[in-house]
Design a protein around this ligand. Structure first.
Ligand SMILES: Nc1ncnc2c1ncn2[C@@H]1O[C@H](COP(=O)(O)OP(=O)(O)OP(=O)(O)O)[C@@H](O)[C@H]1O
Ligand SMILES: [Mg+2]
Length: 475
C-alpha cells in the first residue's frame, strides 16, 4: 500500500510555514528601515551639537579682543552645549573655550561631519550604540549657517548613546507595529483564500482514499472560479468517476464470479456429455457414424472454451515465481505441447542456443510460448499453404539489459480483425472456434515478469517478440 502522509509524520503545515515566512520578511524589512533611520538620528543629534557650538563661538566673537572671556560664562556656555571644550577655526584664526575642570578622556572617537557617506554614518551609529559607553566624542564639522567656521567640540559620548538607544527602541516598536498590521492581514487573507481550501482538499483526498465507495465523501466544489475552484471541480469529477468505476468493477467482479461458477458446472456437464458421445460413436448405425464425429468435435470445442475461461480466471491471480530455466528445453517442451513434434506438414526450428539459462517462472513462460506456437500452428494449418513450406521458428538474442525470444512463422499473417483487437481478451479472435484469450494471457504473463510482448510487422508471416529484462541472476 502507498504510504500516506499520516504515516510519514507531518512536516510543519502550510500555515506555520506562511507565518514563519512573514516573520522573516518583517525582520528583513526592520533591518532595512532601522539602520538608515538610526544613522539619520545620530547625524541630526551631532548637527544640533555643532549648531550649539557655533552659537558659543559667536558669543566668543562678541567679546572685545582685548578682554578675556569670564570663566563662569565660558563654563555656562560649555554646560549648555554639554561639551568639555569647543574650538573654532577660520582663515588662520582659532578660538578655544574649555572647562577648567575638564576630565581626562579615557578613549576618544571622532565624528567627522564633513564626511556624510551613508555607509560611514551607519557604521558610526552602530559603533556609538555598541561601544559609546564612556568614550570622549570629538565632533568636527561646519554648520549650514556659517560654513566658513570649522567647529570642533569635545564631549562625552554617553548622552548620544542614550538618545540613540531611546530612538532605536521607539523605531523598533513602531516599525514592528507598522509591519505586523499588514502581516496579520496578509496571513488572515492567505489563510482564508488559500490555506484553508487546500486543507479542505487535502483532507477530502485522504478520507476519500480510505473509503472510495462512499459517494457522500465526494468533494462539493465551493463554486470559486480561480485555480482552487478548478482543482475542486476536477477533484469532484475524478472522485465521482472513480466511484462509478469501482462500483462497475465490483459488479463485473460479481458477475465474473457467477460466470466462473456456471462455467465450471457447464464444463462438468459437457464432460459427461463427451463421455456419452464417445460411447455413441462406437455404435454401428451409419447415421450415428456420420453425425458422431461432429458431435464429439462440437463438445470438444465447448469444453475447450469452458476450460480456457476457467484458466483465464485463475491465471491472473498468481504472481510469477522465477527460477533458472533452460530456455532451449522450455521451447522444445512448448513445441511438443503445441502438437508440433513430428508434425507432418510444419517444420519447427528451435534456434535457441544450448545452455541459455533465463530466470523466469517456468510454467508461466511455457504457457506464453505455447500460446504463440499454437497460434502459429493453427494459422499455418488453416492456410494449407505449400509454398513457402510451412515453418515455425523460435529465436533468442540479447540486447543490453534485455533479452528477446521471438516466435515467427511464414503463414498468412494477422487478419485485420485480429490486428484491431490484438491482446484484448475475448475480442482478439479471428478464427473459428477461437476464444481470443491466447495473446491476452501471453501478454499479461510477460508483463508480470516485467517484460513486454509485441507484434512485429513483417512482409511474410507473423512474428511476436517477448522482451524480458535480464536480472543479474539470468545467465
Ligand atoms: N501466428 C499467427 N498467424 C496468423 N494469425 C494469428 C497468429 N497468431 C494470432 N493470430 C490471430 O490472432 C487472433 C487472436 O489470437 P489469440 O491467441 O488471442 O486467440 P485465439 O487463438 O483465437 O483463441 P485462443 O488462443 O484463446 O484459443 C487469432 O484468432 C488469430 O486470428
Ligand atoms: Mg490462440
Amino acid at each position: 500500500m502507498v504510504e500516506t502522509s499520516k504515516k510519514r509524520g507531518r512536516s510543519p503545515g502550510l500555515s506555520v510555514k506562511l507565518f514563519a515566512m512573514i516573520i522573516f520578511v518583517i525582520m528583513v524589512v526592520e533591518v532595512v528601515i532601522f539602520l538608515p533611520s538610526l544613522a539619520n538620528a545620530r547625524t541630526n543629534w551631532l548637527d544640533d551639537r555643532l549648531r550649539v557650538g557655533a552659537v558659543a563661538v559667536r558669543v566668543l566673537d562678541a567679546v572685545p579682543e582685548n578682554m578675556d572671556l569670564p570663566a563662569d560664562l565660558a563654563d555656562r556656555l560649555l554646560e549648555t552645549a554639554g561639551a568639555i571644550a569647543i574650538a573654532s577655526r577660520r582663515e588662520g584664526q582659532s578660538q578655544l573655550i574649555e572647562r577648567t575642570d575638564a576630565p581626562m578622556p579615557t578613549s576618544a572617537v571622532t565624528a567627522d561631519m564633513r564626511n556624510r557617506d551613508p555607509f560611514t554614518l551607519v557604521l558610526g551609529a552602530l559603533d556609538t550604540l555598541f561601544n559609546g559607553d564612556d568614550r570622549i566624542l570629538r565632533i568636527v564639522g561646519r554648520t549650514a549657517e556659517d560654513s566658513e567656521n570649522l567647529i570642533e567640540i569635545l564631549m562625552p559620548e554617553a548622552p548620544l548613546r542614550a538618545s540613540l538607544l531611546i530612538y532605536a527602541r521607539n523605531v523598533f516598536i513602531l516599525s514592528l507595529i507598522v509591519a505586523l498590521v499588514p502581516a496579520i492581514a496578509i496571513y488572515l487573507f492567505l489563510n482564508r483564500v488559500l490555506i484553508r481550501p487546500i486543507q479542505r482538499i487535502t483532507s477530502n483526498i485522504i478520507s476519500f482514499r480510505d473509503a472510495p465507495e462512499n459517494a457522500s465523501l465526494i468533494i462539493l466544489p465551493s463554486g470559486r472560479r480561480d485555480e482552487i475552484g478548478v482543482a475542486e471541480t476536477e477533484l469532484a469529477a475524478m472522485e465521482s468517476d472513480l466511484f462509478s468505476m469501482l462500483r462497475q468493477r465490483r459488479h463485473l467482479a460479481d458477475l465474473g464470479l457467477a460466470v466462473a461458477k456456471i462455467n465450471h458446472d457447464l464444463r462438468n456437464t459437457l464432460t459427461s456429455a463427451q463421455l456419452l458421445s464417445d460411447q455413441v460413436a462406437t455404435l454401428d448405425d451409419p447415421q450415428v457414424q456420420r453425425l458422431a464425429p461432429r458431435l464429439v468435435n462440437t463438445l470438444d470445442k465447448a469444453i475447450g472454451f469452458a476450460q480456457s475461461v476457467l484458466d483465464y480466471g485463475r491465471q491472473s491471480a498468481k504472481p510469477p515465481r522465477p527460477q533458472p530455466v533452460d530456455l532451449r528445453a522450455l521451447v522444445s517442451e512448448a513445441c511438443f505441447d503445441g502438437g508440433l513434434a513430428g508434425h507432418p506438414g510444419i517444420t519447427f526450428n528451435n534456434n535457441v542456443p544450448d545452455e541459455v539459462t533465463i530466470f523466469v517462472d517456468p510454467d508461466q513462460m511455457a504457457r506464453v510460448l505455447l500460446n504463440l506456437i499454437k497460434n502459429a500452428r493453427e494459422a499455418l494449418e488453416a492456410s494449407q499453404q505449400e509454398d513457402p513450406a510451412p515453418e515455425i521458428s523460435v529465436d533468442y538474442r540479447q540486447n543490453g539489459d534485455w533479452f528477446h525470444i521471438s516466435v515467427s512463422d511464414n503463414g498468412p499473417g494477422l487478419a485485420p480483425r485480429a490486428k484491431e483487437n490484438l491482446f484484448v481478451a475475448f475480442q482478439g479472435s479471428a478464427r473459428a472456434g477461437g476464444t481470443g484469450l491466447g495473446l491476452a494471457i501471453a501478454r499479461e504473463l510477460t508483463e508480470a515478469h516485467g517484460g513486454e510482448l509485441s507484434f512485429v510487422e513483417r512482409e511474410v508471416g507473423t512474428q511476436f517478440d517477448i522482451a524480458l529484462p535480464r536480472t543479474k541472476r539470468i545467465g
